[in-house]
Write a protein that binds this ligand. Structure first.
Ligand SMILES: [Zn+2]
Length: 277
């Protein structure tokens, strides 16, 4: 059945420095120091902002080691906890993906995690049998037009949403990540917080239109876009100078989020998937 339209708001819960990629190879302990409790302290204000609206949080596993209270706090507030990878970095080798996943097994079993979001929404087709083997119900790890729901073996793929500007694509194999190919083929990846950072009003209008058309947009934000870390620009200046394209990730999007929550019904990804079956 087609579930009633709602906004599927997801939060890729990763450290504030994750977009830079410069710290991917540091030790977990050094990354924890760099995070400086920022990801721990931003959770309460985010939960408060969400109020009664439901969202899905895809957690980075090593952050659960740093701040073990994160999953329970999120679940107690009525949201879904999913998995974003154990250490945030590019993962496109299936053996590496499995090793990464196994590193987070214990907390994922404890909290019955059933949803997966690949880092950078960039994965490989072989991830689906792997997710099935590890008891996942669904993934949200490619980009595709709003409303797309794919069955990959026994695992659902509910993509981050794009708006089709040219011809509707018919093949949806991973990787389908945000790159010039995707945009040149006529899909606007409005679900990305990069786009809501640059084109807030346009993205809001697309979401409104897709919901009116009976579709459920999947969009994502990051914690550091909702609660700006203290001295953020000072902390992030060096990375921004190296990669000016990261700038839209540094914009605060709490006003955008509040507008969405005020005007649209939301649901967790898992509730949506259960309605699909
Ligand atoms: Zn991420």
């Amino acid at each position: 059945m087609t579930p009633s339209p709602r906004l599927l708001l997801t939060i890729d819960y990763e450290p504030w420095f994750a977009p830079s990629r410069r710290y991917d190879t540091w030790t977990s302990e050094k990354r924890r120091e760099l995070d400086d409790k920022i990801s721990q302290q931003s959770l309460d204000p985010i939960l408060e902002t969400l109020g009664n609206s439901k969202a899905t949080f895809y957690l980075v596993g090593e952050m659960v080691e740093w701040y073990p209270e994160l999953p329970e706090k999120i679940l107690n507030a009525g949201h879904e906890v999913g998995f974003h990878c154990h250490v945030h970095r590019k993962l496109d080798d299936i053996q590496e993906i499995e090793k990464d996943l196994i590193a987070s097994t214990s907390w994922m079993q404890k909290y019955n995690v059933r949803g997966y979001r690949a880092p950078m929404i960039n994965t490989v087709e072989a991830v689906y049998p792997l997710l099935e083997k590890h008891n996942f119900l669904y993934s949200s790890s490619i980009y595709a037009p709003t409303g797309t729901a794919l069955k990959k073996g026994n695992v659902w793929e509910i993509p981050a949403s794009t708006l089709v500007l040219l011809k509707t694509p018919t093949e949806f194999r991973a990787p389908r990540h945000m790159n010039l190919n995707l945009i040149a083929s006529g899909e606007f990846p409005y679900s990305s917080s990069f786009m809501s950072g640059l084109f807030r009003h346009t993205v809001y209008n697309i979401i409104e239109r897709e919901l009116k058309a009976g579709k459920s947009p999947v969009i994502f934000l990051h914690p550091y876009e909702i609660v700006t870390p203290p001295n953020y620009f000072r902390r992030f200046a060096k990375d921004l100078l190296h990669h000016p394209m990261l700038l839209p990730f540094a914009f605060n999007k709490s006003k955008f989020l509040k507008d969405l929550l005020k005007n649209f019904p939301t649901a967790t990804m898992q509730d949506y998937v259960r309605d699909l079956q």
